[in-house]
Design a protein around this ligand. Structure first.
Ligand SMILES: [Zn+2]
Length: 243
């Protein structure tokens, strides 16, 4: 994929996350630069639903602007910087304030995958509490040390909740990170509804998660999902025609 095509896909991914309510005025998605792994692409500070390809800027892994642009960057770009720096396999990162996951970020009840579409979130979803190492803050990730600390909690998981704030998801491509980001809040909603019914909640078993993960969240099924998501979000024109 050319850099131009990737940038258009990042713009489409912004619209997709907004359409599915994963992000609103806030939240973002980034992608590592495949031609220079020490850099990543992320929109200038703009609401995701409104992002155009020309809004995508280039950043270094310390969160500094790499392309000399003077546009205002997102305050929380260090989430992306920290995660890309920590794990070279990660190519795309989402940060969201999705309401559905927040109860699980502030209670002792762990969020676990309970629906098949959320199996790729993994059996263990860690919770990062910024107060553990940084005390009282505005809860936003505003420097590289905080981004690195979040990345350490995320470790090899695909998603980490952020206490009282949202979540950060990481994937090997845009489709993978979109899938996790779209289905995690749906999973949280189903789990919460089930808990309201009373009684116990049955999570996917470790083996069920493993079986569903054997092919990874990628493949042709994901192409189909990308095509659908982009159409729903009115962003089909940003993706290359599907073969
Ligand atoms: Zn945030």
């Amino acid at each position: 994929m050319t850099t131009d095509a990737l940038i258009r896909e990042i713009a489409a991914a912004n619209r997709i996350l907004a359409h599915f309510g994963v992000v609103d005025a806030f939240g973002h998605i980034s992608h590592r630069d495949p031609t220079n792994p020490k850099r990543f692409f992320l929109s200038r500070s703009k609401s995701p639903e409104l992002v155009e390809p020309e809004d995508i800027m280039v950043f270094n892994l310390d969160g500094s602007v790499a392309d000399g642009r003077l546009d205002k960057p997102y305050l929380e770009r260090f989430i992306h910087a920290g995660i890309f720096e920590a794990n070279p396999e990660i190519m795309s990162v989402v940060h969201s304030h999705a309401l559905e996951v927040l109860p699980f970020s502030i209670s002792t009840v762990p969020l676990v995958p309970v629906i098949h579409t959320a199996s790729h979130c993994g059996g263990h979803i860690p919770v990062w509490d910024i107060a553990d190492n940084f005390g009282d803050t505005g809860l936003l990730v505003t420097n590289l040390e905080q981004g690195r600390d979040l990345a350490r909690t995320l470790a090899k998981s695909r998603v980490a909740l952020m206490r009282g704030h949202g979540f950060a998801a990481a994937g090997r491509n845009i489709g993978e990170v979109l899938k996790v980001s779209i289905y995690l809040p749906q999973n949280a909603r189903v789990m919460m509804d089930a808990m309201r019914l009373g009684g116990g909640v049955k999570a996917l078993s470790a083996r069920e998660i493993e079986i569903r993960d054997e092919g990874g969240p990628g493949g042709r099924e994901l192409d189909r999902a990308m095509e659908y998501w982009a159409a729903k979000a009115g962003a089909s024109h940003l993706l290359p025609p599907r073969r």
